[in-house]
Design a protein around this ligand. Structure first.
Ligand code: GLA
Length: 393
């Protein structure tokens, strides 16, 4: 009898261990969607905003080019009931989250939610610590598709343990949910999170005023600083596990067109998740065109899932490469000067990896073939702007 009990316990232990994994075959290309934080923060988010953003995702053509997740960030939650289940802020979300998920799903979009591994979220709402099981069950019952899991109020917690715990609870709850780790790169998640989550933030937050550079605001970085922080991380990314340099700031605070084009292009080159953070209902045609550029999105969503890397650095002028499926190569010339750059390309001299023979060159922002790599050419890269080429045979 005692022996039976022993074997039962061993079997139970192993069955639990075997279920301890993340959901496979999710986020095989970088997730694309929209997140509420950069435009609405805590006070501005509510169910009308989320519904209207889902509507705008369709009418603006975003869904057609691949954006699919609508993610509510912080401030949808207000407390816990006597059984530890989360209570939704009914002032902001009077119909409840489940009905909002159904609305988003009715548009054939996916729904994302936010919580935190600590006692409280960054905006001071209830965190998941100690309630991981209830929360994972709740999200699964609501048919949630994506969870962003933050790292505020986690004093004394171990990141690997905390994120692994939530991964396991999500898995046990049984609904495939993309798990987005948001511990800002503090514990080098690229080194351990491949089997824990589907994407992980590599840095602190992108500047909500969408500035180009400067990390003088405490925990906010200009987007070009975030680019620098991705150098060397390319080997950790691939299908189902992505480095996340934070949401897009295109369309926030009137980011100038040249900077918006460069920012978006670099996120595409980096195989970064493309989470728009602007108000899709009121965006300019320029921002809409940038965010929905199919040629650039194809670079980001390429099935090979290689993160781009820097191959030349001339101070304020850089060349980046992203290997693509079929032997194609994306090349991005990034001018960080405040003056225009005229640059003669001698293809034979650039350190492009796996570059063999002659390629046709397509300029992705002009959307036209501009030559072949067997001849030198000269490009003009405006200030804080890019030229992006797709090389193919
Ligand atoms: C942190 C995250 C942000 C956002 C806020 C919400 O700062 O890094 O992306 O989710 O919390 O409070």
């Amino acid at each position: 009898m005692k022996t039976n009990l022993f074997f039962l316990l061993v079997a139970f232990f192993f069955s639990k261990e075997m279920t301890a994994q993340k959901f496979d075959n999710l986020a095989m290309t970088p997730p694309m969607g929209w997140n509420s934080w950069n435009s609405f923060q805590c006070d501005g988010v509510n169910e009308t905003v989320i519904k209207e953003m889902a509507d705008a995702m369709i009418t603006s053509g975003f869904k057609d080019v691949g954006y699919e997740y609508i993610v509510i960030d912080d401030c949808w939650q207000i407390g816990r009931d006597e059984n530890g289940y989360i209570i939704v802020d009914k002032d902001k979300f009077p119909s409840g989250i489940k009905s909002l998920v159904d609305y988003v799903h009715s548009k054939e979009l996916k729904f994302g939610i936010y919580s935190d591994a600590g006692t409280k979220t960054c905006a001071g709402r209830p965190g998941s610590k100690g309630f991981e099981r209830q929360d994972a069950e709740t999200y699964a019952n609501w048919d949630v598709d994506y969870l962003k899991y933050d790292w505020c109020h986690t004093e004394g917690q171990d990141a690997i343990t905390s994120y692994t715990l939530m991964r396991d609870e999500l898995f046990k709850a049984g609904r495939p949910i993309v798990f987005s780790i948001c511990e800002w790169g503090e514990n080098k998640p690229w080194e351990w999170a491949k089997d824990v989550g589907h994407l992980w933030r590599t840095t602190l937050d992108i500047d909500m005023e969408a500035r180009y550079d400067g990390n003088i605001w405490g925990n906010l970085y200009g987007w070009s600083d975030l680019v620098d922080m991705q150098v060397g991380l390319e080997k950790y990314a691939g299908p189902g596990h992505w480095n996340d340099p934070d949401m897009l700031a295109v369309g926030n605070n009137n980011m100038p067109e040249n900077e918006a084009r460069a920012h978006f292009s670099m996120w595409c080159m980096l195989a970064a998740p493309l989470m728009a953070g602007n108000d899709l209902r009121t965006m300019t045609a320029t921002d809409q065109n940038i965010l929905t550029n199919k040629e650039l999105i194809a670079i980001n969503q390429d099935v090979l899932g290689k993160q781009g890397f820097k191959i030349e650095d001339f101070g304020n002028f850089e060349i980046w490469q992203k290997p693509l499926d079929n032997g194609d190569i994306a090349i991005c010339f990034f001018n960080r000067e405040i003056t225009n750059k005229n640059y003669e390309i001698n293809w034979a001299n650039i350190k492009i990896k796996d570059f063999e023979g002659n390629y046709k060159i397509k300029d992705l922002w002009k959307n036209e073939v501009v030559g072949t790599t067997d001849a030198k050419m000269t490009i003009d890269v405006p200030s804080r702007d890019v030229v992006v080429f797709r090389l193919s045979k």
